[in-house]
Design a protein around this ligand. Structure first.
Ligand SMILES: [Zn+2]
Length: 172
């Protein structure tokens, strides 16, 4: 779950930065999380694949935010190309990646999305409702009602709405 959230948050809407701007960035990102060896190589095609997967997951989290479901052909295509197989482990049947390196690292992020769904917590992964933020976050609230990330966006928006109401009252 955290793998998916952090991966989606490699683009920062607020600052306009992208932690996955080059193939070398992708290797660094995956290596720092133990998802690929530091000496792995990434191509432009790997970077494209990573960005397609990220865009697809973000779209899915946006739907979770709205509490809706829908067809996501981009994500479906990105998941379909993941090198994963069902295997038998000490813990039972599991989806694992058949690839090493960068491709295997991306597949493990995709598998994490599957595991979140299997654990019934997928619906708690959302995108912050603030247009300025759009940060991916995990909704811990009991009834899954939280609309904003943990960085105070809800408070910021409420304060702004309050000020706007006051200003309008003064003007009126
Ligand atoms: Zn936010």
């Amino acid at each position: 779950m955290a793998l998916v959230r952090d991966f989606v948050n490699t683009t920062d809407h607020e600052t306009g930065t992208d932690d996955l701007a080059s193939p070398a960035d992708l290797v660094t990102y995956l290596a720092e999380r133990g998802l690929a060896g530091a000496s792995s190589r990434a191509s432009g095609a790997d970077l494209d694949a990573a960005q397609r997967l990220r865009t697809g997951l973000r779209r899915a989290l946006e739907l979770n935010h709205d509490g809706t479901t829908g067809a996501l052909p981009g994500l479906a295509a990105a998941l379909a190309e993941q090198p994963v197989a069902l295997t038998w482990t000490d813990a039972g049947a599991a989806l694992t990646t058949t690839a090493t390196g960068v491709g295997g690292g991306l597949a493990r992020i995709a598998v994490a999305a599957h595991e979140a769904a299997a654990e019934g917590i997928w619906w708690r992964l959302k995108i912050c409702a603030s247009d300025e933020c759009e940060w991916a976050y995990y909704d811990h609230s009991r009834n899954r009602s939280r609309s904003w990330c943990e960085y105070g966006c809800g408070n910021k928006l409420k304060t702004r709405a309050y000020r706007a109401r006051k200003a309008a009252a003064r003007a009126g």
